[in-house]
Design a protein around this ligand. Structure first.
Ligand code: IPE
Ligand code: IPE
Ligand code: MG
Length: 247
């Protein structure tokens, strides 16, 4: 039986989040420039987006660029930015063909103008699609998001639009960039690093974490299936006891 056939479609994670890591090392291991790795990482993005859509996953969040990544050497930042924007632009027809809706989370005001314009266009062109929601975390970091949320809450309290006594988890959720999304159930990180690197710190509270040594440019549908199967073998307890959650 193929890996895909072993997946239980009734227990498919609704939201998968991926830290796409290891492009630079993948390239350097072959004596190539780091950008060569980012370039090859695009093929993995295509394959995984297609794979997730085929399975019927509703939300896929890809960490493409962190706010901390702005501190990398300028040629890498510029090359990566151009690659990301060009790829998104070129992929719009495929996204539409596959009914995939694009979303962006992150500090987009830090992006160069050409990038913001191209992204806004892609968001608009895919806005009617109702299949997979593809969320690109671009110039994103969780601490940036939380600080922003606190500022917006403070402003609403100050202007009298929000009563602090009513603030609960649902209201807090409204102030996050992910307000429209369910929390990720499965978080995958490639390339053998065991950390979160400022990604969805609040939203990952009860996500199952899956780490693989595979570098992102080598990550394909079969690797995604392996991660989902691993997820389906776990018992999610949400603080309860095993016998409470066992059916
Ligand atoms: C992930 O690969 C892509 C981004 C962070 C933009 P890296 O560029 O971090 O690759 P490594 O981790 O240095 O190998
Ligand atoms: C996390 O990878 C960010 C993305 C994959 C976009 P990094 O390579 O930047 O993370 P660290 O620096 O290894 O923690
Ligand atoms: Mg890295």
């Amino acid at each position: 039986m193929s890996l895909k056939d072993q997946i239980n479609f009734e227990r498919l994670p609704k939201h998968i989040a991926i830290i796409m890591d290891g492009n630079g090392r993948w390239a350097q291991e072959q004596g190539q420039d780091r950008l060569f790795g980012h370039f090859h990482g695009v093929a993995s993005v295509r394959d995984i987006v297609e794979g997730a859509a085929e399975l019927g996953v509703k939300y896929l969040t890809l960490y493409a660029f962190s706010t901390e990544n702005w501190d990398r050497p300028e040629p890498e930042v510029n090359g990566l930015m151009e690659l990301l924007v060009e790829t998104i632009r070129k992929e719009v027809p495929t996204l539409n063909k596959n009914n995939i809706r694009l979303h962006i989370i992150g500090a987009v005001d830090m992006l160069p103008d050409y990038a913001r314009t191209a992204l806004e266009e892609a968001l608009e062109l895919t806005s009617q699609n109702t299949g997979l929601n593809l969320i690109m975390a671009l110039s994103y970091s969780s601490r940036w998001e939380l600080v922003n949320a606190v500022k917006k809450i403070a402003l609403d309290v100050k202007t009298g639009n929000l009563d602090p006594a009513t603030i609960d988890q649902n209201i807090l959720q409204n102030y996050l960039t992910t307000s429209e999304l369910p929390d990720p159930e499965l978080m995958i990180r490639t390339s053998g690093e065991y950390r979160i690197s400022n990604f969805l710190l609040y939203q990952l509270a009860y996500a199952e974490l899956y780490f693989t040594n595979t570098r992102w440019p080598d990550f394909r549908k079969e690797n995604l299936y392996e991660a989902i199967l691993d997820f389906q073998g776990r018992e999610r307890r949400f603080g309860k006891t095993s016998s409470q959650v066992a059916k």
